[in-house]
Design a protein around this ligand. Structure first.
Ligand code: NAD
Length: 472
């Protein structure tokens, strides 16, 4: 059994929970289920380690992050096997998450250096802007990209000089716990603590009075609860929440050219990504062609366990989400027409066919809500202004994209979207150096880039009076 990392030691805890393999629905492993006492121990360890870590040089802290990235890469095959087991995803996707996103974000934040900024330097005074770490950071992680999201919180928090307590998602703790075991000897005790546990452990962690900041990725519903819990001690909070990204295909687009990319950015990780295309608005003149082309691509793909070498898309990660996705598909079949997919197979595993639904619109759940699974509604429009208004009408505003042959025109349309990121002829293009902001009810704050480091730092203005001629 993998153990939790608390104060530099590997701890089995006093109770356990099972991890289900989504490809088989069988118990794959058992992990510790953190109790309130485990959470308290981890926060105490992080609080004790904080002054020492804060006072290390930035270069020194960066070398620890680099060593973590090296360790992750050196053990990537073993970690990929675990990630495939707990998520069901294909190997190339597991490797991408570990290498490009996990190690990539650790290395990016190791590379950043922030100098104090000189704001005023005149005869009377010198004013400098400094940034200081906050203390103990609680990082709460969802199940859809467990390694990436953990690293995207651990890296900037530790680089900034904070210490961290991570709470993994209840259904995907394995890879992160194993990383904690591998990191135990290279991180000073207490600087990074990794807990596996349920929602109750997360709830206790975010309320803890010795936690200074909470960084959370997950559902909007849980985000609201966390914001409320943080209000008691006015903790800093970053919330990366749900999305219902719209993509608009303009009348001048070439369907044959863009359809494969639109398909890829809609069904990536079987749709279990906050910022994949979840509403596809297609101009009337291209509507039938786009539906048919997407349907043909989806029909040619293999959905299977990531352990099968030719699997292209894996199952839904957990039973609760599988039930939700199946319900969305059943409702969508009543509301619109199935282009491809739609029939949930019998047998073991949370497998859902890649499903494209046409002739649906606002007012249908598949358009208004976030299914978080491999089902794409294609929506007809005839007026670009109307498509922009409909794209913006959602309470979510994470990402959005516009597709067309005239880049200038597509960019002009994209600039009218209200989402945190807009992409032209692509979607969900992530890079560690590029901020990923969440607008409206998709969240609060920003991750990625230098802007993603600032929320782990408090501002301090240093204001020095200069001696004046003739003064005593
Ligand atoms: P979730 O909100 O159910 O759970 C996320 C985490 O919060 C888990 O670790 C859970 O144990 C913990 N948790 C639950 N209740 C808590 C509480 N009261 N206090 C503290 N912690 C608590 O979300 P999920 O189902 O794991 O993830 C799917 C959602 O995440 C989707 O809505 C998706 O859009 C969103 N998401 C957003 C982003 C982004 O960057 N905006 C990225 C990935 C996923």
């Amino acid at each position: 059994m993998f153990r939790m990392l608390i104060n530099g030691k590997l701890e089995a805890g006093s109770r356990t929970m099972e991890v289900i393999d989504p490809s088989t629905e069988e118990v794959f492993d058992t992990v510790p289920d953190a109790t309130v006492q485990d959470v308290d121990m981890a926060v105490a360890a992080a609080a004790t380690a904080y002054p020492g870590w804060r006072d290390r040089s930035v270069d020194d802290r960066a070398s620890v992050l680099e060593a973590m990235a090296d360790t992750l890469e050196a053990n990537i095959d073993e970690l990929a096997d675990l990630l495939i087991a707990e998520t069901g995803r294909p190997r190339d996707l597991a490797m991408f998450e570990l290498a490009q996103l996990g190690a990539g974000y650790l290395r990016y934040y190791a590379s950043l250096r922030l100098e104090p900024e000189l704001l005023i330097d005149d005869e009377t005074r010198k004013v400098e802007l400094h940034r200081k770490p906050l203390g103990v950071v609680a990082a709460i992680v969802p199940w859809n990209a467990p390694v990436f999201i953990a690293c995207n919180k651990i890296a900037p928090a530790m680089a900034a000089g904070n210490t961290v307590v991570v709470k993994t998602a209840p259904t995907t703790p394995l890879t992160t716990l194993r990383m904690g075991e591998l990191f135990a000897d290279i991180i000073p005790a207490g600087v990074l603590n990794i807990l596996s546990g349920g929602n109750d452990a997360g709830s206790h962690l975010v309320q803890h009075q010795d936690v200074s900041k909470v960084t959370f990725t997950g559902s909007t519903q849980t985000g609201r609860k966390i914001m409320e819990a943080c209000s008691a001690t006015l903790k800093r909070v970053t919330l990366e929440l749900g999305g219902n990204d719209a993509a608009i295909v303009l009348p001048d687009a070439d369907v044959a050219t863009i359809a494969p990319a639109i398909f890829g950015f809609s069904f990536f990780n079987s749709g279990q990504v906050c910022a994949v295309i979840k509403r596809l608005y297609v101009h009337d003149s291209l509507y039938d062609e786009m539906c048919d082309t997407l349907g043909a691509i989806a029909a040619s793909c293999k959905v299977a366990s990531g352990r099968e070498a030719d699997a292209q898309f894996g199952p839904i990660q957990n039973k609760a989400q599988y039930d939700k996705v199946c319900a969305y598909i059943e409702q969508a079949k009543r509301d619109g027409k199935v282009v491809v997919g739609g029939d949930i197979p019998d047998g073991a595993g949370y497998f859902v066919p890649l499903t494209v639904i046409r002739d649906v619109s606002e007012g249908h759940a598949i358009v208004d809500e976030e299914p978080f699974g491999p089902v794409l509604p294609v929506i007809r429009y005839s007026d670009v202004d109307d498509a922009v208004a409909r794209a913006n009408a959602s309470p979510f505003a994470l990402g959005g994209s516009v597709w067309g042959s005239d880049i200038e025109q597509a960019s002009a349309v994209a600039s009218r979207l209200e989402s945190g990121s807009v992409w032209i002829n692509q979607h969900c293009a992530l890079d560690p150096s590029v901020p990923f902001p969440a607008n409206k009810q998709s969240g609060f704050g920003v991750e990625g880039g230098v802007e993603g480091l600032y929320p782990y730092l408090a501002l301090q203005m240093v204001n020095i009076a200069k001696p004046q001629p003739g003064s005593a």
